[in-house]
Design a protein around this ligand. Sequence first.
Ligand SMILES: NC(=O)c1ccc[n+]([C@@H]2O[C@H](COP(=O)([O-])OP(=O)(O)OC[C@H]3O[C@@H](n4cnc5c(N)ncnc54)[C@H](OP(=O)(O)O)[C@@H]3O)[C@@H](O)[C@H]2O)c1
Length: 292
Amino acid sequence: MNVGIIGTGLLGNAVASRLLKTGHNVIAYNRTVGKTESLKKLGAKIADSPKKVARDSELVITIVKDASAVESVSFGADGIIHGKHEKLIVADMSTISPISSRKIAKKYLEHGIPMIDSPVMGGPLLAEKGELVVMIGGKKETYEKCKPLFDSIGNKSFYLGENGSGHAMKLAMNLQISILALAISEGIILARKSGLDPMDFLKILNSTYFKTGMSLIKGPRMVKGSFEPSFFLKMMQKDLDEINYTAKEFGANLPFAKLANEIYLLAVKDGMGDLDYTGILAYLEKVSKSES
Ligand SMILES: NC(=O)c1ccc[n+]([C@@H]2O[C@H](COP(=O)([O-])OP(=O)(O)OC[C@H]3O[C@@H](n4cnc5c(N)ncnc54)[C@H](OP(=O)(O)O)[C@@H]3O)[C@@H](O)[C@H]2O)c1
């Protein structure tokens, strides 16, 4: 299959690289051209516009920052719609709100292009191994045409219903991640302040029913102060904005989501947005120090 990847940031790069390694033809575009270099070396064809990516692909996957970026690569000058052809399908793998996603799908339909939402759980490392979990919204028949492709990058895909369903589920997932990172951070800080070894905090947590992938894998790195990004803290804050916006629109009261957004936003304003999201620990430790 000829697959177009639009957006070769942390996630897009890993998804494209996995597709190349599993025998697909990849045509990639990124607004900042330099970020396509490693894919070019792996055999990807690099296009200089989303339009050209669409023209040469049966499936185009958008993996960009937010809804406004999706709009821009889709409908802007030289956007995807300008490269449309009969076989073209678009799948959006960015994390955006289901409300924006529905509007974007409707606009695509007006141009005769079927679009599904296909956000994922798991970051670049799991993408490289083909172990993402994909959540789908949109027409089932469109999903079924793309399923073999999703099976190359993920070990599970869940069809959830109409457009926006994948994104709604993804936001519910990222709410877990953002709050879990806060809970582990506060546990580490409390253990440290109590004169305990925070590695013992993790060792005990990981011996219980309450262990998570985060406490097992990211936890030790957090204790060591290593926040090499696989998912930027500023992106998590963007997702918390989307979560709170969606909650408001759908009439859900989520006090934790509001509080989490306030904390992540303070960390971004403090210049920590380019750390991994688990760098929220660095922010909480800084605040903790200045208060003691
Ligand atoms: N990393 C993860 O673990 C992960 C997991 C699941 C979902 N996601 C979601 O995937 C999306 C990409 O995340 P990422 O981690 O890959 O972030 P990233 O490394 O910061 O990449 C962001 C991408 O969006 C592009 N972009 C931003 N604004 C744009 C605009 N106005 N027009 C065109 N392109 C634009 C960037 O292009 P430039 O290079 O030109 O700035 C870059 O390719 C986000 O929605 C994120 O929430 C990420």
